[in-house]
Design a protein around this ligand. Structure first.
Ligand SMILES: *[C@@H]1O[C@H](CO)[C@@H](O)[C@H](O)[C@H]1NC(C)=O
Ligand SMILES: *[C@@H]1O[C@H](CO)[C@@H](O)[C@H](O)[C@H]1NC(C)=O
Ligand SMILES: *[C@@H]1O[C@H](CO)[C@@H](O)[C@H](O)[C@H]1NC(C)=O
Ligand SMILES: *[C@@H]1O[C@H](CO)[C@@H](O)[C@H](O)[C@H]1NC(C)=O
Ligand SMILES: *[C@@H]1O[C@H](CO)[C@@H](O)[C@H](O)[C@H]1NC(C)=O
Ligand SMILES: *[C@@H]1O[C@H](CO)[C@@H](O)[C@H](O)[C@H]1NC(C)=O
Ligand SMILES: *[C@@H]1O[C@H](CO)[C@@H](O)[C@H](O)[C@H]1NC(C)=O
Ligand SMILES: *[C@@H]1O[C@H](CO)[C@@H](O)[C@H](O)[C@H]1NC(C)=O
Ligand SMILES: [Zn+2]
Length: 477
């Protein structure tokens, strides 16, 4: 009897501690999803029930201040490094580095040139150095060898691979025997369609509905894999989109001799490299050329853009007013929707929503900086963030009180108090952390009661019945 009791208590204590341990913040899992070009207000354009489901049972930030220039590669690299473009080095989708004497272009193989990416350390490297594993499904840059390494698992970029196939990979990686703790998932729309149709087109409505269905599919698959309450799902984007028009075109050829400069990046931020000795001539020709074009010498670029201190930022940049389009002449490609403009414009801002054990429920925050996502990710993954331009403190109110205790503990910041007394729990989706703690406590109490009873040699009737009663709720937890 005594050895059986001891054995039982050992098993119970082991189960209890493993449950409690497995729910500690250091075992947090994160899935970061980017729907390219998902403007903040698309959420209200058509019914988006799946996005609203996340908002209701998670957090929503209404305004996300992303970084200048509001293009895809610069902003995606910010999300995973916490750095402004001038500091992470991916300053545009089209670049020229005068020191390397090399070009970089979104549409060419030279995006695979490590030297462009090596100025920063993407989060998967830090995550893997800490002994964790990462899986990336088409995240921009994730198939590039950066600092001589790749994510633990990744899909080589191929835009023809369906959303469903990307989700399947993510689920596979999260359910491995040694699962990843960080997943990154990228989808090209609504950016692609936003460029072609223009965001004001009524045809954007089915495009947005389709993204909502895709999110619904992802939620379903996470639920099927029993990951829904385990993984912290963060849904965001790189930038928004604004309507352009053939009535708002700035033709550089009208003002500037083609032979005086090289156009490195075109619209809406023209990156201009004057030919040697032609700097003043180019600047003078452009500076008063068009009322909707603001021309900056590199050293005059406004500080608030944090877009100056990098050799890949060209000697002159010319920035179009919102909705204006820069072309050399009318034979250049023109798109009805574009982005890249001043990051102060609301139409350039993306979405931000999150759901999971680390996040509060039904919580709305007014504004955040996109650079703050990175320290939040590092906190959730329990990795030490290298120097960056964000601050966890700015976004810690998104976290549930249990997760926050860990924040105030590790950061010794002021203790945050959760004022929302009536916490809303999802139906059939127990709040795993507290459940683990409560079950653990009950088991410990029951164990002590049993031990005391045993010690005072009172009769313990039908011990085996009790054993199954204790064990069963645990197995379901
Ligand atoms: C975080 O990681 C460190 C090791 O880097 C580890 O000692 C610690 O237990 C982990 N968990 C928490 C909650 O800090
Ligand atoms: C830069 O590279 C080009 C070829 O891409 C070459 O013609 C040119 O000489 C190089 N310039 C310098 C300074 O090395
Ligand atoms: C991209 O994926 C498509 C569809 O699976 C496939 O047919 C194509 O060969 C792939 N392209 C590359 C470069 O792997
Ligand atoms: C374009 O310039 C005109 C003239 O300065 C100005 O009235 C207009 O507001 C500008 N457009 C935008 C979108 O800023
Ligand atoms: C427009 O510019 C491109 C590149 O400089 C040039 O090849 C093309 O001939 C120009 N087209 C017109 C209509 O001027
Ligand atoms: C969510 O919070 C808002 C107030 O912030 C409240 O009006 C609403 O009823 C809450 N919804 C749920 C489902 O709790
Ligand atoms: C965004 O960052 C700036 C500093 O770069 C800071 O002053 C500002 O308070 C931050 N905004 C939010 C909403 O945290
Ligand atoms: C951004 O962070 C990097 C790395 O710490 C730093 O070098 C840079 O000065 C920061 N930029 C700003 C504007 O604070
Ligand atoms: Zn785009």
């Amino acid at each position: 009897m005594t050895s059986k009791l001891l054995w039982m208590s050992f098993v119970l204590v082991a189960i209890t501690s493993s449950i409690t341990f497995s729910l500690q913040p250091d075992r947090q899992k994160v899935l970061l999803v980017s729907f390219d070009g998902f403007r903040w207000d698309y959420l209200y354009r058509v019914p988006t029930p799946h996005f609203h489901y996340i908002m209701k049972y998670g957090v929503h930030v209404k305004q996300v201040n992303n970084i200048f220039i509001t293009k895809t590669y610069p902003n995606h690299y910010t999300l995973i490094t916490g750095l402004f473009a001038e500091s992470h080095g991916i300053v545009a989708n089209e670049m020229f580095d005068p020191i390397l004497n090399k070009s970089f272009s979104l549409d060419h193989m030279n995006v695979y040139d490590s030297e462009f990416w090596d100025e920063a350390m993407p989060i998967w490297i830090t995550n893997q150095k800490a002994g964790h594993t990462t899986g990336a499904a088409m995240w921009p840059g994730a198939d590039v060898q950066i600092h001589k390494s790749f994510p633990s698992y990744y899909m080589p970029y191929n835009e023809s691979i369906s959303f469903e196939d990307r989700v399947a990979k993510i689920i596979e990686w999260f359910t491995l025997k040694e699962p990843i703790n960080l997943g990154l998932l990228y989808w090209e729309d609504p950016d692609d369609m936003g460029h072609h149709l223009g965001p004001d087109s009524p045809l954007m409505e089915p495009v947005i509905s389709d993204i909502d269905s895709k999110l619904g599919y992802l939620i379903d698959m996470l639920k099927k894999a029993k990951l829904w309450n385990v993984v912290n799902l963060i849904i965001t984007s790189d930038h928004g989109m604004t309507q352009c028009s053939e009535d708002r075109i700035i033709e550089l050829d009208l003002y500037l001799d083609k032979d005086l400069y090289t156009l490195i990046d075109q619209s809406p931020v023209a990156a201009i490299l004057p030919r040697e000795g032609k700097f003043e001539e180019v600047y003078e020709a452009l500076v008063h050329a068009h009322p909707n074009l603001t021309v900056y010498k590199k050293e005059e670029i406004p500080e608030r853009w944090h877009y100056k201190y990098n050799s890949r930022i060209q000697p002159i940049i010319a920035v179009a007013d919102e909705g204006w389009y820069i072309l050399r002449n009318k034979s250049d490609d023109f798109l009805l929707g574009n982005h890249g403009y001043d990051n102060a414009f609301a139409e350039m801002h993306p979405i931000f929503l999150a759901h999971g054990p680390a996040f509060r429920k039904n919580f709305t925050k007014e504004v955040m900086n996109s650079t703050d996502l990175y320290p939040l990710l590092c906190h959730l993954l329990n990795i030490t963030a290298p120097p960056h331009n964000g601050s966890l403190r700015n976004v810690q109110d998104l976290l549930s009180s249990a997760t926050l205790r860990a924040v105030s503990y590790t950061q010794s910041t002021t203790v945050f108090r959760d004022t929302s007394k009536s916490r809303e729990y999802e139906q059939g989706q127990p709040y795993a952390y507290f459940l683990g703690i409560s079950l653990g406590s009950i088991i410990v109490i029951v164990f002590f009661v049993i031990s005391i009873k045993h010690l005072i040699r009172s009769q313990i009737p039908a011990f085996s019945d009790m054993q199954s009663e204790i064990a069963q709720p645990l197995l379901q937890a």
